[in-house]
Design a protein around this ligand. Sequence first.
Ligand code: PGA
Ligand code: ZN
Length: 428
Amino acid sequence: MTDTRIRRIHARRVWDSRGRPTVEAEITLHDASVGRAIVPAGASTGTREALELRDGGAAFGGLDVQRALGHVRGEIAAALCGHDAADQVALDRCLIELDGTPAKTRLGANATLAVSLAAAHAAAASAGLPLYRLLGGEPATTLPLPQIQIFGGGAHAGRRVDVQDFMVVCPGATNFAQALEWTAEVYRAAGQLMQRRGALHGVADEGGWWPDFDSNEQALQTLVQAIEDAGYVPGEQLAIALDVAASEFGHGGRYRLALESRELDADGMIEMLLRWTERYPIVSIEDPLAEDDLDGFARFTQAAGHKLQIVGDDLLVSHAPLLREAAAAGAANCVLLKPNQRGTLSETLHAWQTARELGYAGIVSARSGESEDTSIVHLALGWGVGQLKVGAFARSERMAKWNEALRIEEHLGERARFAGAGVLGWSR
Ligand code: PGA
Ligand code: ZN
């Protein structure tokens, strides 16, 4: 007999891929089913994200999470025990009301998301279903198109280059497994290129090769070369996706490219990016302008939105009201979805539903501080989002996600579909 009422909520401190403390919640139901989730952490966070509650003080650089853990074990456990874990909407509403602030500043989004996600896992365990099936039912059979980092940069690589993610997508692949095979060859070829140049210095935070380049554009040239060296035609089988993460170096309409010792205004940024899209096979650009530059974002979207996926991460922070604001201004055509930017599953899903209504595409995304938790793969599939961004093709906190998607694709067998090229916003 299944009984999905929550019997116990526990929280423990575990460690993320940067060796920093983070929150794991574990929920046990009355029927003894157990669900567990680990919360990730960003480095290039948007200012309008929900709050990640850290303790401050001396230990672990102020990053300990004892207060968030205390909230899960205390207030949250007291409020949610007896609740139905299978009723995600009611459970998340309870978390939101308990916190009572717009950005989870009282309990912490790390506390609330751990519980929200662990409850979903517990409900899936009780139903004897993988999480993506619980979330999406029978129709949830489409494996997402992955965006996979080859070179890291920005805040994930000591700002050695300004652009944060140099990634590949495989619009020409026929299934998820093939997209990974092609990416593996390109990742390897890129490493060999760096080695030949005497520029191989290990990897950045998300596993992409460390960016030893003289300019941002040199990274693009090297990426194209790596695709060719691996035996593919750039722009056909594989194409390029960027996360400029411009909020990291742009404020008040001024953009400081440290690597190239120059400063651009929004028009200068737009011109530079448009030039890149003419020279290189780029199909997607995330945060081309800063979070405080809605106007620049809209102008870039006007100039390139017909041929390019333009993704809002710091601009939209998975928040439905900000999506409506961006849509009214004509900014971006795709939303990045990071559950810890909001602090509950339901609010993140609401952002995706709003995006769909507004005609935006979506990408479920990991954070730069990750763990072995593979929930986001299930969210991408279960919600039918169509794209998944996890970081590079190295380091087990990244590979755990890619490998989980492979297992699901194999399990689905004949029923498996692959999002492929059609999912990219510009091609609709
Ligand atoms: P973050 O980076 O997790 O450090 O914010 C990921 C991203 O910007 O997409
Ligand atoms: Zn981003």
